[in-house]
Design a binder for this molecule. Structure first.
Ligand SMILES: [Ca+2]
Length: 504
């Protein structure tokens, strides 16, 4: 059994020890009063926190929420990149069904007129909808959805496109309120080094356990440790929000939903349909409504979270939702259907279907390599540069080398129960043909079901492409450092490039 498997089993045993089994029945304890709901969304993280068994990281605040709330071990997003994933969550509808699957596209196109953002329904149910938090890094106001919208104001989807009522502060007078708070620190950024430098308890790179598809290299380890440093900072921000709820007397009747918006930003993670791209943490905590902690292992899609929020709020549950409330006894999800489409300058079309054990991936553009030398990633993936060199030197094993091949397999089939790191593609093994055919058909069915009638396509040109070319020409030494695995700072060079253009 892998290290991760062992830890998860240990964790399950710990839960059994405490007498936890299933938390659904506890929901009946909910008060007549509508609960407040805080949706804390941490950027670009996998279930890499202590209560999920990740070694070397300390997350006491999230551990506490998980111990007395619900900890979901099989939560998956519908796209492994921010904006399509968030577009689905903001409506409760799979992003492909509303033509919101292409990253940062269609920002001037109205949302499908039959669908509304879920905050529209929350507001109809009497909720004050709040965006951001006054004390978190950069104030937590990111929305990032692929249809016409603005942060504050009314919504009718034709003339008015506001998603929230106000920014940054919840108070007793706002009850019932819904507050979406974005924790950006875990997103790759120029602040990662500073967060590590200032940390009193820097994560030891030697304590990090690398997954087998990563090269075990000192730069890659340090980068992973730095990621965990950001998770610790983020955990502290969660604690700060909890503390404010307590001080304001709002803690008992507030549901805290903690999730990631897409998987971790590293090899096979953000941007890919491998497990690290789609697998996110999900913790639900509510003192008045959830009486004791429980481990929930069933399959959950992020669109189910939207449905759950509407359900908890007693709001209208529109028929168009592609998710269901996991607080209901009859909650059942057979598959999570996920998709990857355009990301910055890289065209892509991949689809996956996961049943909780088997994952089928269909790559419609196998000629597009995983390592598509995307400008944004050049700045933000030290492991990419290190492993490219190791690949050239013939020092990667086949599992590690897959990410750096010139093309992708057309189809992949993995057994996540027995192969959690997706090392063995079963799609070409005759023994699995029956399963392969079944998953292929089921995927086609889902694809049809989730296809939008509208195919408007207005992408935004990413600035990273020009910035990267400019850095290469103007800062050859720094560029070389980047190729050696140093994060030189995308924000820093974007700013310099902007200044350079203004002076011209
Ligand atoms: Ca993200």
């Amino acid at each position: 059994m892998s290290w991760f498997g062992k830890i998860i089993v240990g964790f399950i045993k710990a839960f059994i020890f405490f007498g936890f089994c299933c938390g659904i029945e506890n929901v009946s304890a909910q008060t007549e009063q509508q609960p407040n709901i805080i949706w804390i969304m941490a950027e670009d993280i996998g279930p890499d926190i202590e209560c999920y068994g990740m070694p070397a990281v300390k997350t006491p605040e999230l551990n506490r929420l998980a111990e007395s709330g619900l900890l979901f071990t099989n939560a998956y997003c519908t796209n492994s990149i921010c904006s399509p994933s968030r577009s689905a969550m903001m409506t409760g509808v799979h992003q492909n069904k509303i033509n919101a699957q292409h990253h940062r596209s269609n920002r001037d196109v109205n949302l499908d007129q039959t669908v509304q953002p879920f905050t529209y329904h929350l507001r109809n149910a009497g909720y004050t909808c709040i965006l951001g938090h006054h004390a978190v890094m950069k104030k937590g106001r990111k929305i990032d959805v692929n249809y016409k919208h603005k942060a504050i104001g009314e919504w009718d989807g034709v003339n008015d496109f506001g998603l929230f009522d106000k920014f940054d502060r919840f108070n007793k007078d706002d009850q019932p309120f819904f507050n979406q708070i974005q924790l950006v620190v875990t997103h790759r950024g120029d602040w990662w080094d500073e967060v590590r430098q200032k940390s009193k308890y820097k994560v030891n790179p030697d304590s990090v356990i690398m997954p087998p598809y990563m090269a075990d290299d000192s730069i890659v380890r340090l980068d992973w440790a730095k990621y965990l440093d950001q998770l610790e900072y983020m955990d502290n921000e969660v604690g700060m929000i909890v503390q404010e709820l307590k001080e304001k007397g709002l803690y008992e009747n507030t549901v805290i939903i903690f999730i990631g918006d897409n998987g971790r930003c590293n090899i096979r993670g953000k941007g890919y349909l491998f497990d690290p791209g789609l697998h996110i943490p999900l913790i639900v905590h509510w003192p008045e409504g959830i009486a004791s902690g429980a481990l929930r292992e069933e399959l959950v899609s992020t669109t189910d979270i939207t449905a759950t929020i509407l359900d908890l709020a007693g709001a209208e549950m529109p028929k168009y939702l592609t998710g269901q409330s996991f607080m209901q006894d009859d909650f059942e999800r057979e598959y999570v259907y996920s998709a990857r489409d355009l990301w910055d300058e890289v065209k892509e079309q991949s689809r996956s279907l996961y049943d909780g054990q088997h994952k089928y991936i269909r790559n419609d553009m196998p000629e597009q390599p995983y390592d598509a030398t995307q400008a944004y990633l050049e700045f933000y993936r030290p492991a990419l540069h290190v492993m490219r060199k190791l690949k050239q030197a013939g020092q990667l094993n086949p599992v590690q080398a897959l990410f750096f091949e010139n093309d992708k397999p057309k189809e992949q089939l993995f057994d996540l129960k027995n192969d959690p790191h997706e090392q063995f593609n079963l799609a070409l093994q005759p023994h699995y043909e029956e399963l392969l055919v079944k998953m292929r058909k089921e995927l086609q069915k889902k694809e049809l079901e989730m296809t939008s009638a509208d195919d408007t396509f207005w992408p935004i040109q990413p600035k990273s492409v020009e910035t990267l070319k400019w850095v290469k020409a103007q800062y050859p030494l720094e560029y070389q450092e980047m190729l050696n695995g140093k994060e030189i700072g995308f924000q820093k060079y974007s700013k310099l490039y902007k200044q350079y253009n203004q002076k011209k």
